[in-house]
Design a protein around this ligand. Structure first.
Ligand code: CP
Length: 320
């Protein structure tokens, strides 16, 4: 039975992932042709972001608006959450105002699932702590399929993706591990043991962990760099972390510098979910190079979130 929630890509069958991506491709084409249907007319979508966002929040809003929904962006900083209201009470309050779907980002892993259990509307996880960011995983899979000429099949078999850097903190890495391997790709998680512990190899079949970036780099079809998540290392200065001795050491171990990028396969691509710490995990020259899919990732966020919203809203009991 389809779920009205999108909380994780873990255990989401490959055929369901492909169905969402096929819908996204159809929405993308319809928008380009000016024939986008008002599939969400009469629906109200609320966004509830307890952590900062540029790409995810904006693209969910654009997706919902283009499909004819009303959108309520709740400014959490000015909400009663700041007076001590729990995440769940805030979510239930917004639901009571009449939303059909809630798009939620939270700092705590698992918090969005807790909210989904307590509300009757659809809930889409826009990133929860270190756990998952499922629509990012979906849009990354679509972007990779596009770049590798696999849009028709959405079959990523034979492709090798390196996910590099602050893996342990990354919900993007987890959702990509589940999404990419489900579609047939193999994934190598790369970083020093403090950021890419060997235990992460158990996340899914066809995943391995490698601490030597230079050994992996020449064999990868796609190199997905991750943002160093200083906020999850307990550092607000963005200058230090207990996970590495210095920024210089981090960059030497797993930064994709211009010099390192020269050692990639000639047709390999560079990805990054954004926002980028330029000059740390990724040099600006590489981020802006022809190899870079970063802005294509951002653009694919809109049709993927259209498809995700429609899937969840269509699965609400009241809709059937
Ligand atoms: N990739 C991503 O989640 O970006 P935002 O934090 O800007 O939404």
């Amino acid at each position: 039975m389809p779920s009205p929630h999108l909380l994780t890509l873990h255990h989401l069958p490959a055929e369901e992932i492909r169905a969402i991506l096929r819908d996204a491709i159809a929405f993308r084409a319809a928008h380009a042709a000016g024939t986008l249907p008002a599939r969400l007319a009469g629906r109200t979508v609320g966004t509830l972001f307890f952590e900062n966002s540029t790409r995810t929040r904006t693209s969910f809003s654009i997706a919902a608006l283009r499909l004819g929904a009303e959108v309520i962006d709740l400014p959490v900083a000015g909400s009663s959450h700041a007076k001590g209201e729990t995440l769940t009470d805030t979510a239930r309050t917004v639901e009571a105002l009449g939303v059909d779907a809630l798009v939620v980002r939270a700092a705590q892993s698992g918090a969005v699932e807790v909210i989904a259990r307590r509300v009757g509307c659809a809930v889409l996880n826009a990133g929860d702590g270190r756990h998952e960011h499922p629509t990012q995983g979906l849009l990354d899979a679509l972007t990779l399929a596009d770049a590798m000429g696999r849009t028709d099949t959405l079959d990523l078999s034979g492709l090798h993706v390196a996910i590099v850097g602050d893996v342990v903190s990354s919900r993007v890495a987890r959702s990509n591990v589940f999404g990419l391997t489900s579609l047939g790709a193999s994934v190598t998680l790369v970083g020093p043991p403090s950021l890419a512990p060997a235990s992460l190899a158990t996340l899914a079949p066809h995943v391995r962990v490698q601490h030597d970036f230079d050994a992996v780099l020449p064999h990868a079809d796609a190199v997905m760099m991750l943002r160093v998540q200083f906020e999850r290392h307990g550092d607000s200065t963005r200058m230090a972390s207990p996970a590495f001795a210095s920024l210089r050491e981090f960059r030497a171990a797993c930064g994709l510098s211009t010099e390192r990028a020269r050692r990639m396969k000639s047709d390999a691509v560079v990805m990054h979910p954004g926002p980028v710490n330029r000059g740390l995990e990724l040099d600006g020259e590489v981020a802006d190079s022809k190899r870079s899919l970063i802005l294509r990732q951002v653009a694919n966020g809109v049709p993927v979130r259209m498809a995700s919203l429609v899937r969840c809203l269509n699965a609400l009991p009241a809709h059937n």
